[in-house]
Design a protein around this ligand. Sequence first.
Ligand SMILES: [Zn+2]
Length: 110
Amino acid sequence: MKLSRLIRIPSVGESVGPLPVVAILAEPIQLEISCRQVWKEISNYCDGEVNEELRQRIAMHLDNCKHCRAVYDGLRNTVTLVADDHALELPSELSTRLHAKLREYLARKS
Ligand SMILES: [Zn+2]
């Protein structure tokens, strides 16, 4: 956390002597990222391969965006299935069609 983000809030009736320093975030950290960015990073996010800042941004986005949440839940289910011995390999054509659908959806949204 950057020191410049910290400000000291004097308490009411503050007296002389050592007092605890109360720090708050002077400005909210910018966490907004687009659905497109989330989808680009979603598999890295699932694998824990994004940095802490990006992880937080994506987590916050997923909390507020039901579309991305659905994509994420779907991906996570897929990852669980793949990790499962009973999983079957998906035909590559399905993956191609899924990506085409996602592109179509993103094109409509923007
Ligand atoms: Zn989204």
